[in-house]
Design a protein around this ligand. Structure first.
Ligand SMILES: Nc1ncnc2c1ncn2[C@@H]1O[C@H](COP(=O)(O)OP(=O)(O)OP(=O)(O)O)[C@@H](O)[C@H]1O
Ligand SMILES: O=P(O)(O)OC[C@H]1O[C@H](OP(=O)(O)OP(=O)(O)O)[C@H](O)[C@@H]1O
Ligand SMILES: O=C(O)c1cccnc1
Length: 482
């Protein structure tokens, strides 16, 4: 169970202040979203929802949690602790399913409830979803360049501690990896696991050949030999070939060799030639060594002969971009029987929040089955699929497109109703397949890893009008006060 104290202290201080002021039950809506795509990619892959659901469903302040808060000797009244003890998440949540392709500024989670419960869960939700989405997106970038090749996640030893290794492994599987080296992730999520051997295994014997023989004896049906401990082409590969012949003599095949240092393009081409000349065309070449999507692309451009990739550090730590920058913003307050949109201004137009209770549709062409755009609307709007729809860029509004014969697919699905989960969790396999299937709805121009086309995220006319009326009225008020 995830502790209720996995949060920032200000969520508790605000909860206390609301409780003290008698405003704890005021109804609000918050959106969770991100503002900018990571890695310069054309899309992100949504991950982290399952953990977020588990957290919301089981959120409790235990006696130990309360004792700890009491021990802080802050100004909390004793009765506040009773309030916390009885606390349960009672809100409504709608969310985009895991594995979906997602884009900046669209609500990924929409939460409706009382202000304290919505405030309390902010930090943990951002923590789970920000990290897992980032890693799933990184994995999808790598998958995009390695169609049909084996992708192994090797990151645990370099990950930011245990949770990052385990939930990161899950995210890489959603993004298209085939297996993880982390056994706990395998046990917990049913991800296929893989393991070759280390340099220490080779160093542990008097000779490399002896080490390879011993390993092959232990795993005659699934033996991959690490060939770079001493000299890849003069010792490692020739010894692996010797052992492969010995395996052949007992009717077995050497599954693979692994290259873990040096010039991977050169070594892989030479190794392939040597293996093929020895008749070992079935033996695969796996590469590892600080790989990421850029190195992989470059190795491919050099004609590297690599069938599988073991990727650790740069994937699991999201080395070149360590945070997604997801945010959680209040968008509506319930007042005098109605939802009133709220807005947060910024001198940067991209950072101005989109007010009100909203929903998101993916506008998919009925003929090509490709997505035109995502359209954010007010939640009570309907889209008539029989009529033409005009889509326009929310900032450069002169950029317009009229579409017909489309399906408007709602992206948000109900997850919790008054604190009760009404969503049945898909299996991880289903999430991974769903992700794969979602990719087919996007033109290649949005999917390429370098300088992709920007996929349109548009506002309905009604929502755009609401936002701009609010902006104008705030500007007027500020001016009047001057
Ligand atoms: N042909 C290649 N083109 C571009 N990058 C390559 C090529 N071959 C290997 N690389 C990358 O170059 C880097 C080499 O790393 P490094 O200099 O640490 O040496 P290494 O060969 O891995 O040796 P060691 O592990 O013994 O330190 C790795 O990130 C690897 O993925
Ligand atoms: O390079 P990464 O993408 O981070 O992938 C994980 C690395 O971890 C292992 O090396 P390590 O030197 O830790 O152990 P070893 O002695 O088994 O090679 C493995 O051989 C990879 O090189
Ligand atoms: O199985 C492997 O070869 C492996 C696993 C984790 C890290 N490095 C290598």
């Amino acid at each position: 169970m995830i502790s209720a104290l996995h949060t920032d202290k200000y969520q508790i201080t605000m909860t206390y202040a609301h409780w003290k002021n008698g405003t704890a039950n005021h109804r609000r809506i918050f959106d969770l979203y991100f503002r900018k795509l990571p890695f310069g990619n054309g899309f992100a892959v949504f991950a982290g929802l399952e953990r977020a659901i588990d957290y919301l469903e089981n959120l409790r302040f235990s006696d130990e949690d309360i004792n700890f808060l009491r021990s802080l000797n802050d100004e909390f009244d004793e009765e506040f602790f009773d309030f916390l003890r009885q606390f349960r998440f009672q809100g409504n949540v709608d969310a985009i399913p895991e594995g979906s392709l997602i884009f900046p500024n669209e609500p990924l989670l929409r939460l409706e409830g009382n202000v304290v419960e919505l405030q309390l869960v902010e930090t943990a939700l951002l923590n789970f979803i920000g990290f897992q989405t980032l890693i799933a997106t990184k994995a999808a970038r790598i998958r995009h360049l390695t169609d049909g090749e084996l992708l192994l996640e090797f990151g645990t030893r370099r990950a930011q501690e245990m949770d990052a290794a385990i939930w990161g492994a899950r995210a890489t599987y959603i993004g298209g990896f085939d297996a993880t080296s982390n056994l706990l992730a395998g046990k917990q999520f049913g991800i296929p696991t893989s393991g070759t051997h280390s340099h220490a295994w080779v160093q542990d014997f008097h000779s490399e050949l002896e080490a390879f023989r011993a390993y092959a004896k232990a795993f005659p049906d699934s033996c991959t030999l690490l060939v770079d401990t001493y000299d890849t082409l003069r010792s490692g590969v020739p010894n692996a070939i010797k052992v492969a012949k010995e395996l052949q003599a007992i009717g077995k095949n050497l599954s693979g060799i692994r290259l873990d240092s040096g010039d991977l393009a050169y070594f892989s081409k030479q190794s392939r030639q040597m293996l093929d000349q020895a008749g070992l065309t079935q033996t695969k070449i796996i590469a590892s060594s600080d790989l990421d999507e850029n190195t992989i692309l470059n190795l491919k451009a050099q004609g590297a002969q690599i069938d599988g990739w073991g990727i650790g550090t740069k994937l699991i730590t999201s080395y070149n971009q360590p945070a997604l920058g997801a945010v959680y913003k209040m968008v509506a307050r319930f007042e005098q029987g109605n939802w009133k949109p709220t807005i947060k201004l910024s001198s940067n137009p991209e950072k101005i929040t989109t007010p009100g209770k909203k929903t998101v549709y993916r506008i998919i062409d009925q003929q090509t089955q490709k997505a035109h755009a995502d359209l954010i609307t007010e939640s009570d709007e309907t889209i008539d699929e029989k009529k033409a729809l005009t889509l326009f860029h929310p900032i450069q509004t002169f950029k317009r497109k009229r579409v017909q014969n489309f399906s408007a697919v709602p992206l948000l699905v109900p997850i919790f109703k008054q604190g009760k989960r009404i969503y049945s969790l898909p299996t991880l396999q289903e999430i991974r397949q769903f992700h794969d299937q979602q990719l087919t709805h996007f033109w290649d121009e949005y999917l390429r890893t370098l300088n992709p086309e920007e996929y349109p995220i548009d506002l309905s006319q009604k929502l755009w009008d609401t936002k701009h009326q609010m902006l104008e009225s705030i500007h007027r008020e500020v001016k009047d006060r001057e």
